[in-house]
Design a protein around this ligand. Structure first.
Ligand code: C2E
Ligand code: MN
Ligand code: MN
Length: 424
């Protein structure tokens, strides 16, 4: 075991951080030497040790030291104009330093052989760990980046500056004849293919009569009436679709599985509502959350079969937020898989999220399931997801839900980055 986490006789909360970044512009060998030298001075002053890998385009840096110091340092790295696309690969607590005595070891992968790089990392870590280091996550991550040839394993999106936004105005629904005195109404939010500037689907999100959230609305209703209201409310969603003339676009509605399984003839009723509004069942997608789907898959599978026979599509909502995960997909393959916002948020900054979402997207695509990213708010999130093959997006970046009709849209337009004038 290496030395305990003590600096100047004081106990510290020893943390380890590994991040990856990309150089902004050209980066000469002198600049690399300067960067490493400055890094060593700064680390010495802050009680931080670590290692820096550079492949000519990407940095992978491990830093270890007191948690607060490390956070402080990482904040300044995030604002350092020499780095872009900073992605956290690992953040962990540990009982000892792996690079004790190295203010900043530097491995220039362009000049060292693979065998040399691998023995350097291996030897450093074996010194510190009492067991073989091959089980160590830090070792495995460093080796993965140190030995990977080419950069196919790295997916990077683009900066926000690469795109500008073109607004499309909202379109209000024509007024209704008479007030039906309903306790609810619907907000619409598009699901889009941004590069084709196409709305592929509208999701109908229930609201209270005064615009309250779905949770508030369902909480205000007697439990035994909830499923009935959930099912019957869809008639209003389809009427809104008719008023807006939504013909060549999918219509997504949310339903609790119990709203289909707990009410006799529920699927027939849903189909009747669709047809009454002059819509086609194959235009409609029923969204159920992952959690609900798995908790009653036995009962729900009957309803799924009925929906399928009627031609209604099925989406698994909030995928990744529940507990079923990929095992749900082994049992049942929907038409669409909506990846939960908890996995999408800041994906451009998180190595673990990137690994998980890439696996979900690859699994979906190979099963013929369309992955949809939910809750996309940032250009960087969208751009990263687009780079791994996601083509359908829902989120405030493109449109917020609107109750009056079709919401205002934002479409991305590529700005070809101009070469920056050289500094005088
Ligand atoms: P959901 O089906 O996952 O719908 C997406 C939710 O995320 C919506 O919240 C939407 O407003 C919100 N959202 C969309 N884009 C963004 C974004 O970029 N950032 C963030 N932070 N949020 C975004 P909403 O409308 O409050 O709906 C919440 C949940 O209520 C829905 O989640 C759905 O599970 C449920 N729900 C909505 N309508 C119905 C319904 O008719 N029946 C049933 N049973 N449940 C419904
Ligand atoms: Mn939904
Ligand atoms: Mn969702």
């Amino acid at each position: 075991m290496g030395s305990p986490a003590v600096v100047h006789g004081e106990h510290i909360l020893l943390s380890t951080l590994i991040y990856r970044s990309r150089i902004r512009e050209e980066f000469s060998s002198e600049m690399l030497q300067q960067l490493a030298a400055a890094g060593r001075r700064r680390n010495a002053a802050m009680g931080i040790t670590g290692i820096l890998l550079f492949d000519g385009v990407h940095f992978v840096q491990l830093l270890e030291g007191d948690k607060a110091r490390l956070d402080e340092l990482f904040e300044s790295i995030k604002h350092d104009p020499r780095h872009r696309n900073i992605v956290v690969l690992l953040r962990d607590q540990g009982p000892f330093r792996r690079f004790e005595g190295d203010q900043l070891a530097m491995l220039d992968l362009r000049v060292l052989s693979s065998a040399k790089v691998s023995s350097l990392i291996h030897d450093k870590l074996e010194e510190r760990t009492s067991q073989a280091c091959s089980d160590d996550r830090v070792y495995k991550i460093l080796m993965w980046y140190a030995l990977a040839r080419g950069t196919d394993h790295i997916v990077e999106g683009e900066d926000a500056q690469c795109w500008r936004w073109v607004a499309a105005p909202p379109r209000d629904a024509p007024p209704e004849s008479g007030d039906r005195g309903l306790a609810y109404r619907f907000a619409l939010q598009p699901i889009v293919d941004p590069l084709r500037r196409e709305v592929t689907s509208y999701e109908f999100l229930i609201r209270g009569a005064e615009g309250g959230s779905p949770e508030q609305l369902f909480a205000s209703i007697q439990p035994e009436q909830r499923y009935r209201l959930d099912l019957e409310s869809k008639a209003e969603a389809f009427r809104l679709a008719r008023r807006l003339g939504l013909k060549d676009v999918k219509l997504s509605v949310n339903l609790l599985p119990m709203s289909l399984t707990g009410i006799p003839g529920a699927v027939e009723r849903l189909v009747e509502q669709i047809v009454e509004c002059g819509l086609s069942p194959s235009q409609v997608v029923v969204e159920v959350t992952e959690q609900e789907a798995i908790s009653c898959l036995e009962v729900f599978s009957g309803a799924i079969e009925q929906l399928r026979r009627a031609g209604v599509g099925i989406a698994v909502d909030d995928f990744g937020a529940g507990f079923a995960g990929l095992s749900l997909l082994a049992e049942f393959q929907p038409d669409k898989l909506k990846i939960d916002r908890s996995l999408i948020q800041n994906i451009h900054r998180s190595g673990p999220r990137q690994a998980i979402v890439r696996a979900i997207v690859q699994a979906s695509i190979s099963m013929g399931i369309t992955p949809v990213a939910e809750g996309v708010e940032l250009v960087e999130e969208w751009s990263w997801l687009q780079a791994v093959g996601v083509e359908r997006f829902q989120g405030y970046l493109f449109a917020r839900p609107a109750t009056a009709g079709i919401p205002a849209m934002n479409w991305p337009e590529r700005v070809v980055p101009l070469l920056l004038p050289t500094q005088p």
